[in-house]
Ligand binder design. Structure first.
Ligand code: SF4
Ligand code: FES
Length: 366
């Protein structure tokens, strides 16, 4: 008997090993078929099952028992069965439920994107843009918290936290002692109290990279620049810390290094390093090596998320995988259009995709 299970997600069939989750199977297909995930993080054990953004509809349970599952399921925690059929972007129920989840997440999340350092790379911002509603029905006072001082490197904005637990798992699994967690329950639940004690650890800076929103940000970069004005560049150095992979992304403007982060894959997760290490970086690489001579530059990072960061249109830009054609059984939806050919926003002689630099206002029609 084959130990590969056939699963069909949004009309596309893949074969995956038994024990694979629906979310991982959908990521193998790629593109929009992969459900969004705000709390699941494949490199952190125990993550997932908290936020419900990855809900999908199982319209056929398996070959043996084809009954549909009665409720939408969290794809990050549900494993596939042979012959299972799943609907994500083809299910109006899922789209509706996801809009509800976004509304719920935004109830207590401040709408301070214009001043938040995470803007442009915030997963909640992307999620709201893709699945949210334009207005809010919430009329009550939003939750607020006392400020917690995390020292001179990391800023905690508890009001922005969506309680995904990723930073808790990161501190738990990357540092020697776990000192912080989620305290209290319901409306009072918060990431807090003893996170300060984790700060002495070499790897605590990674909580900034796993936080899907702007609740944990890098103080050495705070308010210095908008991410879409900087250019991400892959670089490495020989780091003396044996657990640090030394492979990073430098966020540069001209020759100035504004920020150092770990490298991320197309799902926004830490990318495995070329030397086989997981990809986590130490605090020294992240916070103290801010000079271009500290690093060996490899070249521009390939940007492939639907993100404002890709607005620079660098040469070598990797376009996200397009799955519409397969999902729609060979048809192309008429609504898709090339904004550049329709609105002619850029000057006709400028091909934005061939610029080897961020686009400037002079490239566009006034
Ligand atoms: S601070 Fe960020 S990573 Fe930690 S639980 Fe809140 S949203 Fe998640
Ligand atoms: S990503 Fe599945 S519940 Fe959060």
């Amino acid at each position: 008997m084959s130990d590969l299970f056939k699963v069909t997600i949004d009309n596309i069939t893949v074969e995956v090993p038994a024990g694979t989750t629906i979310l991982q199977a959908a990521r193998q297909i790629g593109g929009d078929v992969a459900p969004p995930a705000m709390c699941y993080y494949s490199k952190l054990q125990g993550s997932g099952g908290k936020c419900r953004t990855c809900l999908v509809e199982v319209s056929k349970g398996s070959e043996k028992d084809p009954r549909p599952m009665p409720k939408l399921v969290a794809s990050c925690r549900t494993t596939v069965m042979d012959g299972m059929e799943v609907k994500n972007i083809t299910s109006p129920k899922v789209q509706d439920a996801r809009a509800g989840v976004v509304e719920m997440l935004l109830i207590n999340h401040p709408l301070d994107c214009p001043i938040c350092d995470q803007a442009g790379e915030c997963h909640l911002q992307d999620l709201s843009y893709e699945h949210g509603k334009s207005g809010t029905r919430y009329e009550f006072q939003r939750r607020t918290f006392k400020k917690v001082d995390l020292g001179d490197k990391i800023q905690l904005h508890m009001t922005r936290c969506i309680l995904c637990y990723r930073c808790v798992f990161t501190a738990d699994q990357l540092t020697k002692e776990r000192e912080h967690g989620v305290l209290d329950r319901g409306d009072h639940a918060q990431i807090a109290t003893f996170i300060q004690k984790n700060l002495n650890n070499d790897f605590i800076g990674n909580v900034i990279d796993v936080c899907p929103v702007g609740a944990l940000t890098d103080k050495t970069f705070r308010f210095k620049n908008r991410v879409w004005f900087t250019k991400p560049v892959d670089a490495h150095r020989k780091c003396s810390n044996p657990d640090c992979c030394g492979e990073v992304q430098l966020w540069m403007r001209g020759d100035e290094v504004f920020r150092v982060t770990a490298r991320k894959d197309e799902w926004g997760e830490i990318k495995e390093a070329s030397n086989g290490k997981t990809g986590w970086i130490c605090n020294e690489c992240r916070f103290d090596k801010k000079h271009i001579t500290d690093w060996v530059i490899e070249g521009p990072t390939k940007v492939n998320r639907h993100s404002v960061i890709s607005q620079g249109h660098y040469v070598g830009l990797e376009k996200p995988k397009e799955t519409f054609n397969a999902v729609m059984n060979g048809r192309y939806p008429k609504l898709l259009m090339d904004i550049h050919s329709v609105s002619e926003v850029n000057k006709p002689e400028i091909d934005l995709s061939l610029l080897n630099r961020p686009a400037h206002s002079t490239d566009f029609n006034q």
